[in-house]
Design a binder for this molecule. Structure first.
Ligand code: NAD
Length: 495
């Protein structure tokens, strides 16, 4: 690692502007420095918007079929570089190798979906919507008809602000669809692990995107606010915490921007007594501890209904005790470190909070056997959690599972719906009746049945509800294409 501050990528070229403050990022498994990211280079943000603005005219006039050829090439390039990108994720994020490879693959899925832009942005026509006899030269034929049609056109310069937890995948929710629709883009990746986003943006230029179509500027809140408030920015797509998302939504709306904010979560999974035991334990284990719990789809609360807890809790505890924690690239590692020292401190705090609130600490991640260096915390299970506890309500974003108990499905759904978040909820059962009740009454945008992490494939929208989302149109699916285009209606008469 050099001690140089990372460069931005503007108009296809490295752009040097370290700003006045920087953040030093470490490999969370070793503590070794991996990058230094500029935090407040607002002049670079201006330069990135100017480059995107200059590229918008010609790019928006490029036929959509030609635009997506770049994405087809880009997909192939990312597949060729998948191992390199995965190794980078292990180093700067701490994911396991398998999680890293999986997240690159999920990013590529989004590019494939964006290649459907010709179909997703197609317009509609209604001929002969009215008849007019004024100015008519052929009155004997009943007047001249009026046709109407609607199509979708790009917005202009769009901005993406992304979180640390999926630095390859989440940017792919945004810019491939945005540019396929004819927009140009400025990506502001997380300042905590910016190398992966920088590398994937460099690779976009190898795919032949014209300079200025996709730009990247590093930074923290000062850069985000500069981009949001910029007169030449039309739309803002954000993924991150609820605290930042709510602020960005308000600021972007106050500046007249189109905005979508995919935000934080506290996801509940319900285990019914009749559930397939192996599938339930396996599903919850992966959901709670996968990506070290740093997923907006992490199943961080389990509600055992009736006597389900009697078989579920001991089996989950046994499985979790055997979980191997270590560096993401060490053989056999099932769970890596948290991404940075602040995350480790927060998670340790929450374990203490749960204990102080009276939860039973069945497995204590503070005393797990983990490597001494780095940001490791072992998996943690808190039992007998009640709805009023902070560990039942607040997003911990780490490998801490809260277990609750309910007398009935209705009571369990009540626990789920009391949450201020509504990203996803899951039920494990064999009963169609229970599933139907769950699907019809639970308040969350992404639901799973006998599936631990119901992450939608790119053809479906990523549909958080309540404080897990601010806006109207979600990311991906048809929503993605609609978010990055505006509609235009034409009424035509030939005289
Ligand atoms: P974060 O909110 O701290 O940061 C996200 C982005 O916002 C970063 O680029 C950061 O620079 C910027 N930012 C942070 N605070 C800001 C502020 N006050 N003003 C302007 N910009 C600001 O989130 P994080 O810690 O990087 O990521 C974890 C969070 O993201 C979790 O809450 C997780 O649930 C959420 N997340 C949500 C989804 C989803 O689809 N709903 C997906 C992934 C992650």
């Amino acid at each position: 690692m050099s001690n140089e501050v990372l460069q931005h990528l503007i108009a296809g070229k490295p752009h040097d502007d370290p700003g006045t403050t920087q953040r030093t990022n470490i490999d969370p498994a070793t503590g070794e420095t991996v990058s230094i990211a500029p935090l407040d280079a607002v002049a670079a943000a201006d330069a990135a918007v100017a480059a995107a603005r200059a590229a918008f005219g010609p790019w928006s006039q490029t036929p959509v079929g030609d635009r997506i050829q770049h994405l087809f090439r880009y997909k192939a390039i990312l597949e060729e570089h998948a191992d390199e990108l995965a190794a980078g994720l292990v180093k700067e994020h701490g994911k396991t190798h398998a999680e890293s490879v999986g997240s690159v693959r999920r990013g590529i899925d989004c590019i494939e979906h964006a290649c459907a832009a010709p179909v997703l942005t197609m317009g509609r026509t209604l001929p002969q919507i009215a008849v007019s006899s004024s100015f008519c030269r052929t009155e004997d034929e009943g007047g001249v008809g009026i046709d109407s049609s609607a199509d979708r056109v790009p917005l202009g310069v769009c901005v993406g602000i992304t979180p640390f937890n999926f630095p390859v995948m989440v940017p792919m929710w945004m810019w491939p669809m945005a540019v396929a629709c004819g927009n140009t883009f400025v990506l502001k990746p997380s300042e905590k692990d910016p190398i992966s986003a920088l590398r994937t943006t460099e690779l976009a230029h190898e795919a032949g995107f014209p300079p200025g179509v996709i730009n990247l500027v590093h930074g923290g809140a000062p850069v985000v606010n500069r981009l949001i408030e910029h007169d030449d920015v039309a739309a803002v797509s954000f993924v991150g915490s609820t605290r930042a998302g709510a602020a960005i939504y308000a600021n972007a709306a106050a500046h007249g921007k189109r905005v979508q904010c995919m935000a934080g979560a506290k996801n509940f999974s319900i285990i019914m007594p009749d559930a397939n035991r192996e599938a339930a334990v396996d599903g919850i284990f992966g959901s709670a501890f996968g990506n070290t719990g740093q997923r907006c789809l992490a199943g961080s609360v389990v509600v055992c209904v009736g006597d389900a807890g009697e078989w579920f809790v001991p089996a989950l505890v046994e499985r979790t005790r055997a979980l191997k924690v270590g560096a993401g690239d060490a053989p056999g590692t099932e769970m890596g470190p948290l991404q940075d020292p602040e995350s480790k401190a927060r998670v340790l705090d929450y374990i203490g909070i749960g204990e102080a609130e009276g939860a039973d600490l069945l497995i204590d991640g503070r005393s797990a056997e983990v490597p001494a260096a780095g940001c490791f915390v072992g998996p943690t299970i808190l039992d007998r959690v009640t709805p009023s506890m902070r560990v039942a309500q607040e997003e911990i974003f780490g490998p801490v599972l809260s277990v609750m108990h309910a007398g009935s499905l209705e009571e369990a759904i009540g626990f789920v719906n009391a949450s201020e978040y509504g990203n996803m909820s899951v039920i494990f059962t064999d009963s169609g009746h229970a599933v139907r009740k769950f699907e019809r009454t639970v308040e969350a945008g992404m639901l799973g049945v006998n599936v631990g992490v119901p992450a939608p494939m790119a053809a479906f929208p990523f549909s958080g509800w309540k404080k897990s989302f601010f806006g109207d149109l979600h990311a991906n699916g048809e929503d993605g294409a609609r978010f990055f285009t505006k509609s235009r209606v034409m009424v035509r008469r030939w005289i």
